[in-house]
Design a protein around this ligand. Sequence first.
Ligand code: C2E
Ligand code: CA
Ligand code: CA
Ligand code: CA
Length: 280
Amino acid sequence: AAKEAGEPYRWYHPDLDRRAGDEARLGADLRIALNEGQFRLVYQPIVDLPDGRIRYVESLVRWEHPVRGLVSPVDFIPAAEQNGLIVELGEWILRTTCDQFMRWQQEHGAAAPERISVNVSARQLAEPGFAQVVADVLAATGMRPDHLIVEVTETAVFGGGVALQTVNDIHARGVRIALDDFGTGHSSLGLLQTVPVDVLKVDKSFVDNVTMAGRHAVIPTVLIQASDGLGLSAVAEGVETAEQAAELYRLGYRLAQGYHFGKPVAAPDFAARRTGLNPV
Ligand code: C2E
Ligand code: CA
Ligand code: CA
Ligand code: CA
């Protein structure tokens, strides 16, 4: 389980479930969780380098289980993909994310984040109706399509097919597309030419060692050069220290996300931080 400092994931150990053959129970619990409203969204800023001004925000799902406590998405998204519940859960996530964005726009105007990012799994993209769901949510919330960023993984779109078609369709409606965890999946710079990408999210694994001498900076350097050359925005993920932020800025990165700038928090805490009541 990906336990993060500051986020009290507790109780739940996925190994117990696997060992006891409780995969099915996890799937059934997810169904109940959706019916009972046990899912929550938290929000993490995506900021300008070097000053940390908030530009975008990414929504991330949490499961507040009555007995297990806070369950990490790493431990339940795979099960939700497997039993197909991710389709319904993903729709709830999308709707809630867009609702929250519009609320911030109304309450804070120009001080609100410019765009909001939502994670969409491979299974959702494989649903032929997904592009229409996105269009419906935008229409229902009155949100401008270019204010939404849909984050997809390289692996999800690598094989082409319905997933790529869906991404093309969403993009044609004006929604921004981000390639998440870039550099860790079926990485190919060629993908940047076949998929309509607007934002490249450079994976934390490349950021971790960026301040170390020599070859560690080669890939982050290549990726910012490719982004600039192709006219994409690059976001450095998982920035945890001021040193990493400074080095990324030196390499040419202008957008970053990570604990150094702010952990994912519930909407009221995010808004409080924005208005300076609770500085990062
Ligand atoms: P991701 O989309 O790559 O999200 C970034 C993850 O890294 C988040 O973990 C975030 O809390 C964490 N993170 C951010 N900054 C730092 C940092 O500086 N250091 C460290 N160590 N971690 C950092 P989280 O929220 O546990 O989500 C894990 C993964 O679960 C996500 O990775 C994404 O693949 C998936 N996920 C989360 N929310 C959703 C969702 O709403 N829908 C779908 N389909 N997948 C989701
Ligand atoms: Ca993401
Ligand atoms: Ca990521
Ligand atoms: Ca990830």
